[in-house]
Design a protein around this ligand. Structure first.
Ligand SMILES: [Zn+2]
Length: 366
């Protein structure tokens, strides 16, 4: 039993919390203590991520911590969730109270999640599974007046449907169902932003590529996002992939004896005119979705016949491998898919803002 307890203690303290910026660059990596499913950071972390000139005083007998930063005094009592901020006279309730570990005051990660927006006027997103906390400027993410979100129409294309199941997991889960559920969730979320959204299929129905593109064109879509899942012979292959329709991309076959198929030989029409914008959206997706993953997401350029007729920027997002146990588990987890939906929505905002900055002050052409 003793051995077990020691092992647990040493591994429990090892994982650091990584603070990253909006582009995914590491700002600080701070060794953390993990206790009772909560993550705690030393008080000095305040200097690293909130304010290098912050000072603090800790009253050991009373277990009271006073932090001075940016003209404010923040008072905390170990074991209590309520904190006071002077001179604002503001009180805040932390989701997790600060505690002492080895007689030192420790701040829960929630302290940073909740205080950073107030003290540094930023937006914070926390990924508890990967211990990543992203700090991003608030202004970037609220649509500006020139953004005219109502002018935007996004087409979401849940791949496959009807008799076409797409890939199937060994447990009998169909790609067509995963992508439709996520598309519907995404539609709801994006609509809340005031952006118009159309799905190429609302139900479990067959649709040809041509019909999908037709729906996109009829609804005057300005961006085509096709959702799929992957499968592989290797059970280890996993992760999200982003595919761009680039006629200059190459299809490589797994076997080195088979020649690569060069894209210029394929029929690629109007879509090529939107390559730059497709790349911008793919990059936005990559940046946002990287927050959810341990390893950076790959973007792959391919001549994609399915997208080649779409007269708008287009990207294929492969959400994960149904042949991989971890991916399958994630895609069956409502919290994970909600995080994916949020990341895609943020990518969309990022993309729209960048396009509008390029074309401002006039609205996108119709
Ligand atoms: Zn597919």
């Amino acid at each position: 039993m003793l051995v077990l307890a020691i092992t647990f203690k040493s591994t429990a303290q090892e994982r650091a919390v990584r603070f990253i910026d909006a582009e995914g660059q590491t700002l600080a990596e701070i060794p953390a203590h993990h206790q009772n499913d909560q993550v705690y950071l030393p008080v000095d972390a305040v200097k690293q991520v909130i304010d290098p000139r912050a000072t603090h005083q800790y009253n050991h007998p009373r277990k009271r911590l006073t932090l001075k930063t940016k003209g404010r005094q923040i008072r905390l009592q170990m074991g209590r969730s309520a904190i006071s901020i002077e001179p604002d006279g503001q009180t805040l309730t932390l989701a997790t109270p600060p505690i002492t570990i080895a007689q030192q005051p420790m701040l829960p990660v929630d302290f940073f999640r909740q205080l950073l927006p107030i003290l540094n006027n930023v937006e914070v997103i926390y990924n508890p599974n990967l211990n990543k906390l992203q700090i991003r400027s608030k202004n970037t993410w609220t649509p500006g007046e020139t953004d005219n979100l109502q002018n935007w129409t996004i087409i979401i294309d849940p791949g496959h449907g009807g008799s076409d199941d797409g890939c199937t997991s060994s447990t009998g889960i169909f790609e067509k169902n995963i992508v439709l559920a996520l598309a519907q969730q995404l539609q709801k979320r994006i609509k809340q932003q005031g952006i118009q959204v159309h799905l190429t299929r609302e139900k479990d129905t067959n649709k040809t590529h041509f019909e999908r593109i037709q729906i996109a064109e009829q609804n005057r879509g300005q961006l085509f996002l096709s959702l799929h899942c992957n499968t592989s012979f290797s059970p280890h292959e996993k992760g999200i992939r982003i595919y761009l329709n680039n006629p200059k991309g190459r299809i490589r076959f797994p076997s080195p004896t088979q020649p690569a198929l060069i894209g210029q030989q394929l029929k690629v029409l109007a879509q090529v005119n939107f390559l730059k914008q497709s790349q911008d959206f793919a990059h936005a997706l990559q940046t946002e979705l990287n927050f959810l993953t341990e390893t950076p997401i790959k973007t792959i350029n391919l001549p994609l016949i399915a997208l080649s007729e779409a007269y708008m920027p287009a990207v294929v997002l492969e959400l994960g491998y149904l042949s991989n146990v971890e991916d399958l588990e994630k895609l069956s987890n409502a919290e994970y898919t909600e995080n994916v939906v949020q990341a895609i929505t943020r990518a969309l905002q990022r993309y729209i803002s960048s396009i509008n900055q390029q074309t401002a002050p006039t609205a996108p052409e119709e």
